[in-house]
Design a protein around this ligand. Structure first.
Ligand SMILES: [Fe+2]
Ligand SMILES: [Fe+2]
Length: 342
């Protein structure tokens, strides 16, 4: 059973990559330029992996069946998957990955007779030309190599898929973005104009990022999640902007066990400059959870804590080449406060 699961994941990854190569070849020839097909960024097309697995399970059941029966089954499997994935891409990711509208006998531009015939021919090629040598190849590859390849490729696909899903979930149309940015700035402006908060621009927080930039980023991304999940946007923005309100370079100075203590300092400082709601207090107090053991009391606090962790981790993984002079930071802040940019 273990070996079966390993073979399934390995084959899924293998044919996803093979399918990507096939599409690259076809589309690049057709368009006379390099085209990376599909929704995901990496070199794989899970549609091919899924169809290959489905066919691998179907072929043995059709042994001895007439060609017409096989053609019909291959049509249902391949065209069914094509229609399903086209609809998923359209409705969940707002992406139109291919369009057969200009082809005869098409259905909503998602499937068409010509490509269904191509798919059937490809399925026969899979049965007679690809599957027999692939079975031999599969038996020869050692479980360690299979496991390593399957784990690497599958994890990459999963991360890629999650990234695309999150971006799609948080994505906005240009009109929506203007409305969201305005709402964000209307709530954030009083705090960003506060001279105490503004001094955060003088402290480096993470690699190439000031503390002010960090809290604004956390506030904005958390705000987007909050909007999508219908949470309290005002509490999220204000709590996130104040979550790291402390005034020392935590890498060189400040109290011991900074990671376990700075939320208390930030909360004290925040109380001095504004009146905080219970939710805002909880956001600041729990933003280092699970380091600070007691879990967030509100969904808003959990979102800010997760976004803070994500942004901080990303800051250390990605080194951005940006101008960091205090003058440039001040100019950026000025622009934002004057409403030119959020
Ligand atoms: Fe923090
Ligand atoms: Fe933070």
């Amino acid at each position: 059973m273990k070996s079966d699961i390993l073979n399934i994941i390995f084959s899924f990854s293998f044919f996803s990559i093979l399918g990507w190569m096939l599409e690259i070849f076809y589309r690049s020839l057709r368009d006379r330029r390099f085209v990376n097909p599909g929704l995901l960024k990496g070199p794989y097309l899970p549609l091919y992996g899924a169809v290959a697995l489905m066919l691998a399970g179907t072929v043995p059941l059709l042994q001895g069946s007439p060609v017409m029966t096989k053609s019909l089954v291959y049509f249902v499997v391949t065209t069914g998957f094509e229609l399903g994935s086209g609809l998923i891409a359209q409705y969940f990711f707002h992406a139109r990955l291919w369009d057969y509208s200009d082809q005869r006998f098409n259905y909503k531009g998602r499937i068409c007779l010509k490509f269904s015939i191509y798919w059937i021919l490809l399925a026969f090629a899979f049965e007679y030309l690809i599957m027999p040598p692939y079975q031999g190849f599969l038996n020869q590859v050692s479980p360690v190599i299979k496991g390593s390849f399957a784990a690497a490729a599958f994890s990459l696909m999963l991360v890629d898929f999650l990234t695309v899903s999150i971006n799609s979930f948080l994505g906005t149309t240009p009109e929506e973005k203007v409305i969201m940015d305005t709402e964000f700035m209307n709530t954030a402006r009083p705090l960003l104009e506060n001279p105490v908060v503004a001094t955060l621009s003088q402290y480096n927080h993470h690699r190439n990022k000031t503390r002010l930039e960090h809290v604004k980023e956390v506030a904005y991304v958390s705000f987007l999640w909050g909007k999508r999940l219908s949470l309290d946007s005002e509490a999220i923005i204000r709590g996130a902007l104040l979550h790291d309100l402390f005034f020392y370079d935590w890498l060189r100075e400040g109290p011991r066990w900074h990671g376990f203590r700075h939320h208390t300092t930030a909360l004290k400082n925040a109380r001095k400059i504004t009146r905080l709601s219970k939710k805002e207090e909880d956001i600041i107090k729990k933003h280092m959870w699970p380091l600070t053991v007691v879990p967030p009391r509100y969904m808003e606090s959990l979102i800010v804590s997760l976004v803070d962790t994500f942004c901080s981790t990303r800051d250390y993984l990605i080194v951005e080449k940006r101008e960091k002079s205090p003058k440039a930071v001040a100019a950026r802040l000025g622009q934002e406060l004057s409403g030119k940019r959020v």
